[in-house]
Design a binder for this molecule. Structure first.
Ligand code: NAP
Ligand code: MG
Length: 399
């Protein structure tokens, strides 16, 4: 490797898996060069969370990062780790610095059939991560009140619009906003990702009902597509497809998968859980944060698997699924290889992924998958044995 990969270490069981993956499956084969940031909660406390900011800045500098799952502290964690503050979610901090969009893709293997059996190819969900109902202002309104939307411009001029005159009943109101800048970043991240994956991209809103708000999303996507991406899409043989959200849902259910589905914030929140569940397991869901200028940060979609970690600490055998964390590594190594013209590195990433899928399809898997798999001959193995079995297949493929 020539350019370092930004390595963000994390917490609990995923931190244990992180080291196992590196020691068993990467270091023996790759001349690995990383710039290491320890985002484990203890070091975030020690550095007053500066390490998270530093790791995001390093990602901006080098372009590719791989991140381990991290604890987002709550009141319990503040006690458990003796924290001086309830540090913010590292993912939130990194996303804000990179202005990125999160893309989640399930790993599809034989034997684990999606609840929608026609979904033979993965569906990637891109969720807009700013505004709408997540930054709302809402009020309970008493009968007899009049609610208005008031906007004061920079010169002090007011524009008013009636929302509703409450007569005969109490009620509720809600104020939402979004900004062109964020919608544009989202659109560019989506179009770049589609080009990168050579997959079609779908986007949907309810613009027939929301003629200004949702229509703005549609217009911004359309304008950016026509001006900046249309030709590149034509060359790549992929399409941008816009439709109404309800039509999109109906088409997704009937589809075979194999495309990217860009969603507004709320739609993405709901649909990503639906898609993840339908594909089988959170432990098979990868996640990548992509900035509008093409910076990539790879991780697993799941958390630190705390319950397994406490078992591990007691010396008990665990059967934690390392696939999503492993695919975070392969995603990052492949991207680094592509950016640096290092075909051998990208090829290694492909082979490691193939060895992982082959292991599961040979019937060797962790407990979470054994519970789902329809293969006739399957063996549930522990965390470490699973990685060793991958290594057997990887070594063969590389020999
Ligand atoms: P979690 O770590 O995703 O685990 C929830 C449950 O899902 C586990 O107890 C386990 O079920 C199953 N599971 C998840 N990943 C698995 C894997 N790789 N292999 C096998 N089973 C797996 O979520 P959580 O327990 O709610 O959160 C734990 C910590 O993670 C929290 O402190 C949270 O802040 C953090 N978190 C971080 C991220 C991130 O960094 N991206 C995301 C989410 C949560 P069983 O126990 O039934 O086996
Ligand atoms: Mg959700």
């Amino acid at each position: 490797m020539t350019t370092p990969l930004v390595e963000m270490d994390g917490d609990e069981m995923t931190r244990i898996i992180w080291k196992m993956i590196k020691d068993k499956l990467i270091l023996p084969y790759v001349d690995l060069k990383t710039e290491y940031y320890d985002l484990g909660l203890e070091n975030r406390e020690k550095t007053q969370d500066q390490v998270t900011i530093d790791s995001a800045e390093a990602t901006k500098k080098y372009g590719v990062a791989v991140k381990c799952a991290t604890i987002t502290p709550n009141a319990e964690r503040v006690k458990e780790y003796n924290l001086t503050q309830m540090w913010k979610s590292p993912n939130g901090t990194i996303r804000a610095i990179l202005d990125g969009t999160v893309f989640r893709t399930p790993i599809v293997v034989k034997g684990i059939t999606p609840y929608i059996p026609t979904w033979t190819k993965p569906i990637t969900i891109a969720r807009h991560a700013y505004g709408d109902v997540y930054k709302n202002t809402e009020m309970v309104v008493a009968d007899g009140s009049k609610a208005e939307l008031v906007v004061t411009d920079k010169d002090g001029h007011e524009t008013r619009q009636l929302i509703h005159t409450f007569s005969g009943s109490n009620g509720i109101i809600q104020g939402l906003h979004n900004i062109d800048k964020s919608i544009s970043s989202f659109a560019r991240a989506c179009f770049n990702f589609a080009l990168d994956k050579k997959q079609d991209i779908w986007f949907a809103t309810k613009d027939t009902i929301s003629k200004k708000y949702d229509h703005r999303f549609k217009d911004i996507f359309n304008e950016i597509f026509e001006n900046e991406y249309k030709e590149k899409f034509d060359q790549a043989g992929i399409t941008y497809f816009y439709t109404l959200i309800d039509d999109a849902v109906a088409r997704v259910v009937r589809s075979e998968g194999g495309y990217i589905w860009a969603c507004k914030n709320y739609d993405g929140d709901v649909m990503s859980d639906m898609v993840a569940t339908a594909f089988g397991s959170l432990a098979m869901m990868t996640s990548v944060l992509v900035s509008p200028d093409g910076i990539y940060e790879y991780e697993a979609a799941h958390g630190t698997v705390q319950r397994h970690y406490y078992k591990y600490l007691k010396g008990e055998t665990t059967s934690t699924n390392s696939v999503a964390t492993l695919f975070a590594w392969t995603g990052a190594l492949r991207k680094r290889g592509q950016l640096d013209g290092n075909a051998a590195l990208a090829d290694f990433a492909d082979k490691l992924e193939q060895a992982t899928i082959a292991t599961i399809e040979d019937g060797i898997m962790t407990g979470d998958l054994a519970a789902l798999s329809t293969l006739e001959n399957k063996t549930k193995v522990d965390t470490e044995t699973f990685l060793s079995e991958i290594n057997v297949r990887l070594a063969k493929a590389l020999a």
